[in-house]
Structures are given as structure tokens and as C-alpha cells.
Design a protein around this ligand. Structure first.
Ligand code: GLY
Ligand code: MN
Ligand code: MN
Length: 449
């Protein structure tokens, strides 16, 4: 997937950031030698022996692509990380020997048959902090409560998660290629008249993913369902074919995600919807060009709202001359979400609202509580840029009751409601110069470019 040299350099960066986090903890009165990153434990459905799909804890994933529960990484600055694989002697599940991979020579790989053997393997855990999802496991390891996810430590680690190493960028690019393969096949299935379910199956097959391996539940929406922002159902043949198809779906590579949305249409649609789709595609490209170092991400959000209001006026959906307050209200009705977020191990990657490496929060702009990224962009940040326009009956009903509702051509809106909505989402790397769009070179937009 990636090469050993990139992974080694990645570990060097993690080692630096870990050192910084430990220094910061020390200044806050907590002297530590290292951190035990825990993948987490299986969680079971209530009164059942069926486990919930397991996702290793993100900070653990950053150190190793080793999937599965119970594994740990012991990281201490200046020393090779110790990766502890838990492979029980068990004939119910498979715990086959690991195939050689790019990362194994850069770590000390140890194997135990149960998590209870981990403390003995490590030796003293007196000055080791725990980062992971199970405080119970941490106390079983003998780690005191004040060393379980201490805030001073976590803030520094979370902050640096936003800056991707070249190794991470390679994995996100690979995840993007995988998702783009799925999007292309899904589009063909839509054009052939497939249902949401069938399109979803086509997507899984083309990406080679099992359902539970996707980084988030794919949003496969035909027609009016495209207005449900995180539409989670997949309808069958009774509701197909559709005329509008919104697919918001990603793929994974060694624990790193892509997150891509495209909207496609078929003939016979209200022509204004098609024009609007072209406008969203165009304004999305302008927003991608704004992913430059030093820019506070909310500027891109504001630019999206302004461009959206212009597009709505261009297509006669709203009046042209609207004051600022009305414009914001209209923008929030027709695009009731933030224009993007950090992307990495998590689809909505951690730290998007963090004020600095010491912690603190930069709140979203007044009136836009959904914006997940309020940080200033830096080289190495990977963000999504995902403007949209939606005809959400619930929000439109509310708008009708407001004074700015008079600025809307409601007979046109009635014709657009069955079309659902539009979203175009690319994954974009902030670089010292021009932004690098990971998605566009792989996947055309509705204009065919
Ligand atoms: N797929 C969810 C999102 O775009 O944020
Ligand atoms: Mn997204
Ligand atoms: Mn998405």
C-alpha cells in the first residue's frame, strides 16, 4: 500500500509530536515516559453474544494498521514503538500469523495470547498514560485514573492529527482511488435504472469492501431522499428507477478514509435542477481553490453560503436583491450543513474546532452550529469541500413562515422538492502552494470534466 521509508518517516513525526505532548503534560504536573495506545475492546449487543462491528481507536490506528481488538502500542519518545498483538489460542475465530507488511520492520512486534499478559510484557506502567476507549482495561493494566487520557496529553495529540504525514496522504489517496472506482460503477448502475439497494451492492463490489469496512454508512439516495442529509435507508425496486442520484460514500485504506459525494441526473427532470447542479459543481471548484495555508476554514463556509445565494437567484429560485440577514437565512435553509471537515482516520477527523495544541475551542460561527472545522488551514491538512443545495420540506415550511419566505418562488420550489438535493464533495489537501484535489482527477463532475 505504501512503502517502508514513508512509514518510518511517519513514525518519526509521531515520535516528535509524542515528545511535545509529554513535555506539555509535564508542564501541567504530570510526568510521563510514554503512552499505551489501545485499540479498544469488543463491545457486545445487550444480553447477546454478538459483538458490535469493531473500529480500533483512532490514536492507535495512527501508529499501526493492525486491525482487531485488544492490541496495544507502547510509544516512548526516541524508542522503537512496541506493537503488541493479542492473538488468542482460539478455534472460534481466526488469528492467523501476520503476512509481512511495510510497517513491521519499523516497530518491535510482540505477540501475546491474552490482554492480561500485556502489563508483564511492558514492565513498569507507573509513568505510562493510557489512550483508548476502555478505562476499565486501563485500570486492569494498573494505570491510575489521572493517567487515563489526560487532557493535557490528548490536546497535543489531537491537534497534530490534523497534519497528515506523507504516509497518511498516500493512504488517503489510495482510499480515494478505491471510492472513485465505486462511484463510477454506481453511476452506471443508476443510469441503468438500479434501485438504491442495487446501487449500494454495486458500490461495495467495485470497491472490494464489505459493508462493515466502509468508513461510514454510504448515503445512496434517489430523488427526494437526496434531501435527507445522512439518508440511511436503501430502498428496493419499488422506488426505482430514479431521476436524481446522490451518492455520498467513501472507502478505507489501512484505517484512513475518503469521503466523496457526487450527484447525477437522468433525462426528463425539471430543467432548473440541472442548471443548479452545474452551478454547484462550478462553485465547488471555486471553493476548493480556497484551500490555502493560513485561511480560516470558516471563510470557505461563508464563501459557499454567498455563492449559493447567488446561484439560487441566478436560477430564479429566490429574488436577486436580498439583504445580508435574509441571505444568511436563505443559505441556511438551502444548505443546512457545514461546507466541510477534516478527514483522516475518522471521517470527521478530530481537532477541527481546536484552538491550539494546548486545547481550547474555536466555536462555529454564530448561526452555523454544524460547521465542524473552525481552524486555520495549514499544509498537510486534508479537508472535504462539500457544498450542496437541498429542498428539505421541513425547512421550507419553516421558511414560508419567515419574512424572507416572500423572496422565494414557491411554485418553482414545489417542482424541485421531488428532486431532493445536490451535493458535490471532494477531498482536498492543503499544500504550501496550490491545493491538491484528490477527487477531481479520479472522478468527473456532472459537466463531464
Ligand atoms: N459523509 C458524511 C459527510 O460528508 O460529512
Ligand atoms: Mn464529508
Ligand atoms: Mn460525505
Amino acid at each position: 500500500m505504501t512503502d517502508p521509508a514513508l512509514y518510518r518517516k511517519h513514525l518519526e513525526a509521531l515520535d516528535r509530536w509524542l515528545g511535545e505532548a509529554l513535555e506539555h503534560s509535564k508542564r501541567q504536573g504530570l510526568a510521563l515516559d510514554g503512552v499505551l495506545f489501545h485499540a479498544g475492546e469488543l463491545v457486545y449487543y445487550h444480553a447477546d453474544d454478538q459483538p458490535v462491528v469493531f473500529h480500533p481507536a483512532p490514536h492507535f490506528v495512527r501508529w499501526t494498521p493492525l486491525g482487531g481488538p485488544d492490541h496495544c502500542v507502547l510509544a516512548r519518545p526516541g524508542r522503537k514503538p512496541i506493537v503488541i498483538r493479542v492473538a488468542p489460542r482460539d478455534y472460534w475465530y481466526e488469528h492467523a500469523a501476520l503476512a509481512p507488511s511495510y510497517w513491521q520492520d519499523s516497530v518491535e512486534l510482540r505477540e501475546v495470547t491474552g490482554p492480561e499478559q500485556i502489563p508483564a510484557l511492558i514492565g513498569s506502567l507507573d509513568r505510562i498514560a493510557y489512550v483508548g476507549s476502555s478505562p476499565e482495561a486501563a485500570s486492569r493494566f494498573g494505570i491510575d485514573a489521572d493517567r487515563i487520557e489526560p487532557l493535557a496529553l490528548l490536546a497535543v495529540l489531537d491537534w497534530h492529527r490534523a497534519t497528515k504525514t506523507d504516509h497518511e496522504l498516500a493512504l488517503i489517496a489510495q482510499a480515494s482511488r478505491r471510492a472513485a472506482d465505486g462511484h463510477r460503477v454506481a453511476r452506471k448502475a443508476f443510469e441503468a435504472g438500479a434501485s438504491e439497494r442495487e446501487i449500494h451492492w454495486a458500490y461495495l463490489q467495485a470497491t472490494g469492501h464489505l459493508e462493515q469496512e466502509l468508513p461510514f454508512e454510504a448515503i445512496v439516495a434517489l430523488d427526494e431522499k437526496a434531501s435527507v442529509l445522512h439518508y440511511q435507508n436503501k430502498r428496493g425496486a419499488d422506488d426505482a428507477p430514479g431521476k436524481v442520484f446522490l451518492l455520498d460514500a467513501g472507502a478505507s485504506c489501512d484505517g484512513y478514509a475518503s469521503d466523496i459525494t457526487r450527484t447525477w441526473i437522468r433525462d426528463g427532470l425539471e430543467p432548473v435542477f440541472e442548471q443548479l447542479l452545474m452551478s454547484v459543481d462550478e462553485l465547488q471548484r471555486d471553493l476548493v481553490a480556497m484551500v490555502t495555508p493560513g485561511r480560516p476554514y470558516p471563510e470557505i463556509h461563508r464563501a459557499a453560503q454567498a455563492a449559493l445565494v447567488r446561484a439560487l437567484a441566478d436560477h430564479g429560485i429566490i429574488e436577486r436583491d436580498v439583504d445580508q440577514a435574509a441571505a444568511m437565512s436563505l443559505a441556511r435553509t438551502f444548505m443546512p450543513h457545514g461546507v466541510g471537515h477534516h478527514l483522516g482516520i475518522q471521517v470527521h477527523d478530530i481537532g477541527g474546532r481546536q484552538a491550539g495544541p494546548d486545547g481550547g475551542v474555536v466555536p462555529p460561527p454564530e448561526g452555523d452550529p454544524w460547521l465542524r472545522n473552525t481552524r486555520r488551514l495549514e499544509p498537510g491538512h486534508v479537508v472535504t469541500v462539500e457544498p450542496g443545495v437541498y429542498f428539505v420540506p421541513m425547512l421550507l415550511d419553516e421558511l414560508k413562515q419567515k419574512p424572507e419566505g416572500k423572496l422565494v418562488d414557491w411554485s418553482l420550489v414545489e417542482k424541485l422538492i421531488p428532486c431532493g438535493g445536490i451535493r458535490i464533495e471532494d477531498d482536498v489537501v492543503c499544500t504550501p502552494s496550490a491545493p491538491k484535489d484528490l477527487t477531481r482527477p479520479l472522478l468527473q463532475g456532472p459537466r463531464g470534466v
